[in-house]
Ligand binder design. Sequence first.
Ligand SMILES: NC(=O)c1ccc[n+]([C@@H]2O[C@H](COP(=O)([O-])OP(=O)(O)OC[C@H]3O[C@@H](n4cnc5c(N)ncnc54)[C@H](OP(=O)(O)O)[C@@H]3O)[C@@H](O)[C@H]2O)c1
Length: 365
Amino acid sequence: MACTRFLTLNPNSLRPPIHISSNVRALSSHMSPPSTAVFYEHHGPPDTVTKIIELPPVEIKANDVCVKMLAAPINPSDINRIQGVYPVRPTLPAVGGYEGAGVVHSVGSAIRDLSPGDLVMVSPPSSGTWQTHVVKDKKFWHKLDKDTPVEYAATVTINPLTALRMIEDIVDLKSGDAIVQNGATSMVGQCVIQLAKLRGIRTFNIIRDRPGSDQAEEKLKKLGADEVYTESQLDVKNVKSLLGNVLEPALGLNCVGGNAATLVLKLLRQGGTMVTYGGMAKKPVTVSTSSFIFKELTLMGYYVQNWLTLDRNEECREMLDYLMGLIREGKLKYDMELAPFSEFHTALDKSLGKLGSQPKQVIKF
Ligand SMILES: NC(=O)c1ccc[n+]([C@@H]2O[C@H](COP(=O)([O-])OP(=O)(O)OC[C@H]3O[C@@H](n4cnc5c(N)ncnc54)[C@H](OP(=O)(O)O)[C@@H]3O)[C@@H](O)[C@H]2O)c1
């Protein structure tokens, strides 16, 4: 596992901030700088269990790389890890965050292919990115072209890769086919729209009813969405009549559950497949018996983490490089709000939905 700083802490002692003297800085070139981190000792509501603390320097071993973090997103799975409801989560106490990017600060004695100043991202993603300095084994760092926008490097793995794999892996889609998805305003949803468009695949997009849904529709159309409807606009007798000239979708993507999942099922073609990859509404997926028997739908789940393992790292990095190529060419973009680290708890409140619908919050260190 990664050498994560929080493992060195005594869980019973939340130390007051450490004031670094010049003696500590001069300790040794094999020690990291102290790190300011979003830390939690217990699972619970993220806005109450997380604290910003200063962690002491840690040893940089021969194969370690110490990175000064520049950006890291707050993803729904980060929230669920802190809540303690996500199946895969770090042991406590822990530092939040799972993906991110930064510049190499210093390297261990055995490192030859990374140098201070290199832009890197955490790949595969692993715990503890919400802190100013992260020390991990070199196998967790992927070097990037210097011209890669750092907020994209920090966010390209979990969501864009999920969008790409769901389009590629589940149904054999061809140009002219269609996808229906809910949660279309999510980062995954925005990427699905653009990656589908690049392949000539049309998208029928469902968003929730909320203030600003007209602007959300406009934004998604600018990204290439063919059709965008709120859930209530789809509350009609013959929902398929709204497909217009979009072919009945072969693939449905569900990250919401409840009524939004039912709508995806209704819009699927005979023999179509719905993939559930998230549950933002925290409501179950309900399927009629006839959907299985007569419409012959297939329902399945998807978890990108199955790609994000060290033994698939090379394959995975090729896909990330492909996505970052699209980003650099301006063919893939998504909404983000950069939040200064000093305002972490406001960004967290936004991610928790306490301030209404907000773009993805990306901490800027
Ligand atoms: N299975 C996997 O491998 C995998 C990988 C990546 C992501 N995911 C999942 O994919 C989903 C989207 O992730 P993301 O990071 O792309 O999202 P995001 O950019 O953080 O956006 C959140 C999305 O959820 C919607 N939402 C929030 N609360 C909702 C509610 N109560 N009812 C309905 N919709 C709600 C938001 O809609 P508004 O725009 O209307 O606020 C927005 O579309 C999450 O469930 C995440 O866990 C799964």
